[in-house]
Design a protein around this ligand. Sequence first.
Ligand SMILES: Nc1ncnc2c1ncn2[C@@H]1O[C@H](COP(=O)(O)OP(=O)(O)O)[C@@H](O)[C@H]1O
Ligand SMILES: [Mg+2]
Length: 254
Amino acid sequence: MSTILTIAGQRGGTGKSVTAVNLAASFALLEKNTLLIDTDPQRSATHWCGIKKADYTSDLASVLSGRVKFIDAVIKTEFIYLDIIPSGFNLIQVAARLAKHTENEKLLRLFLKDVEKDYDYIIIDAPSSYGFLSMMAIAAADWLLVCMSIPQTRAEDFHDMLRYVKYIRSLHQVPLKIAGLVFNRCGSKKEAVSFLDRHALSDAKELVLNTVIPADDTIEKSIGRKIPAALYDIKGPAASAYLDLANEVHFFLK
Ligand SMILES: Nc1ncnc2c1ncn2[C@@H]1O[C@H](COP(=O)(O)OP(=O)(O)O)[C@@H](O)[C@H]1O
Ligand SMILES: [Mg+2]
């Protein structure tokens, strides 16, 4: 059975897609069978795994519109243990159609039932919105990893996120749990905790993971080459932090 983990946080630029790609790549390096699902029409996760339009004919939109089977949209990446379901711009149109029925927010969750046995981890990159696609990405998960970035995140983001999770949990009757808060562009856990104290978010301190992701230009460089940071420089600060994060999450969730 796989662990389904959605990388959430509704503000854009906090590092969700960077985290989805690099955490998925780190699980793959730890020889965990991993599936990354890109649910954002901006398709950063798809690009940053080096997947080009010419590499595939089916994507998440094809699956959600019923044109292909889920398994037929899965493609291999350069990592032996990492597969991906890419996103595409047409996901916008498919989502607009599906959004007419609240029940459709559980579609991805239903599709995942067929592949759960094939993967140790399923990582879902969620868009920065409160619309259909983020509801679907969150409702599919067992666990949420919430990305916070000191320069970007505001105190109200955290309260909004908790209300959003509570709403999805009760609307869809899903046992969604928060695995933790991962601080991006952050020097230490101490810095993360003092950010929470400064913003009257002391209650959130127990959710802060020990691993923080530093601001690191190897992230930009790896994005430029469309590869995970581990393939750019496995010993670099970002790749090391994401490997630590994978180990911490694995230890916490198993
Ligand atoms: N730790 C980091 N160090 C350096 N740059 C980062 C880091 N995290 C994210 N970035 C940059 O910030 C941008 C936004 O990150 P992204 O993962 O797309 O955010 P989100 O998916 O939450 O909108 C990326 O294009 C990347 O260039
Ligand atoms: Mg993103």
